[in-house]
Write a protein that binds this ligand. Structure first.
Ligand SMILES: Cc1ncc(C[n+]2csc(CCOP(=O)(O)OP(=O)(O)O)c2C)c(N)n1
Ligand SMILES: [Mg+2]
Length: 326
């Protein structure tokens, strides 16, 4: 109910932007799925489809100079924070025009100009980076905040506990966003955790913890907004657990046979884009035509990124040792 009201309370322009971003992420991931199948993507990739409401709900509260840290499943975070689709796509296909000039791939994308501090292949490794960015903002006396995305699996890493503890005692401006998609690779949460709600872990560190429907973009937006306001005012961190689900397997090659069909079907019914669209229409916030236009624009941007990527060169062999540290 509350989130229904907020749909109406946000500026229409903002809602269109949020819907467009979610569709952009979905189209982007679907395209990557296809290109990977055509053997055009070297390395591995982890798709964000199904979890769009989390990245968009959180990042829609952030300024350009706020920071985010990401994960191995990072395309959605990048896009939501305003990274260039062309440069992400080109990086995935190993092209010289990509974010790391084609040498890093999916899990090394960063864009400091928009506060995107980086994806990482190491589970839980974004957490200490977020804490460091929060400490930096505090020491510099700015009111920047940091949104730190990580998975349910990462919340079992030492970095999670040490990072949140330090953030809490120093009252750093960090929003910990746990994307609980029920699985860490093929391992179900209940096999590795004795608790159901990861948000409960916040109690141990004396910060607020909330578990929410991560497939409801307005619920995510509203919860993150409060957490961002708290952090900006110097009141410290919040842990937000977003219950969500990845539509595909862990990585592109994982058929995800460990998930019961009924479970997958149930979560597909709770598709965050479908639900947001229904809400926008039901509340007469947007018309069918306005929705269709947003979808068309999102698809066009992804197609443009693919075209740009296809026309871009691979790095030359002689460039192999450039920008490499030893
Ligand atoms: C430190 C570390 N341990 C193990 C792995 C292998 N690994 C890659 S992704 C992953 C699962 C992560 O699960 P979660 O944090 O829930 O994120 P999700 O993939 O569900 O988004 C694991 C175990 C790794 N990359 N780094
Ligand atoms: Mg997970």
């Amino acid at each position: 109910m509350e989130s229904e009201q907020l749909t109406l309370n946000l500026e229409k322009e903002k809602l269109v932007e949020m819907y467009t971003k979610m569709v952009e992420i979905r189209n982007f991931e679907e395209k990557v799925f296809e290109l990977y199948g055509r053997n055009l993507v070297p390395g591995t990739i982890h798709l964000y489809a199904g979890e769009e409401a989390v990245a968009v709900g959180v990042c829609s509260n952030l300024r350009r100079d706020d920071y985010i840290t990401s994960t191995h499943r990072g395309h959605g975070h990048c896009i939501a924070k305003g990274a260039q689709l062309k440069k992400i796509m080109a990086e995935l296909l190993g092209k010289r025009t990509g974010y790391c000039e084609g040498k890093g791939g999916s899990m090394h994308i960063a864009d400091f100009s928009i506060g995107m501090l980086g994806a990482t292949a190491v589970v839980g490794a974004g957490i200490p980076i977020a804490v460091g960015a929060g400490l930096s903002a505090k020491l510099r006396g700015t009111d920047q905040v940091v949104a730190c995305f990580f998975g349910d699996g990462a919340s079992n890493q030492g970095t999670f506990h040490e990072g949140i503890n330090m953030t809490s005692i120093w009252k750093l401006p960090v929003i910990f966003v746990c994307e609980n998609n029920l699985y860490a690779m093929g391992t179900r949460q209940s096999r590795v955790m004795a608790i159901e709600s990861i948000a409960d872990r916040a109690v141990a560190y004396g910060i607020p913890g909330v578990a929410i429907d991560g497939n409801d973009v307005m619920a995510v937006h509203r919860t993150a907004r409060e957490a961002v306001e708290r952090a900006r005012k110097g009141e410290g961190a919040t842990l937000i657990e977003c219950k969500t689900y990845r539509h595909k397997g862990h990585s592109r090659i994982d058929p995800a046979r460990y998930r019961p069909n009924e479970e997958v079907e149930e979560w597909l019914r709770r598709d965050p884009i479908k639900r947001f669209k229904e809400k926008l229409l039901q509340t007469h916030t947007l018309t069918e035509a306005e929705i269709a236009l947003a979808e068309k624009q999102a698809l066009a941007r992804v197609e443009e990124a693919v075209k740009f990527t296809m026309e871009s060169p691979h790095p030359a062999p002689r460039e192999a040792l450039e920008d490499v540290y030893s």
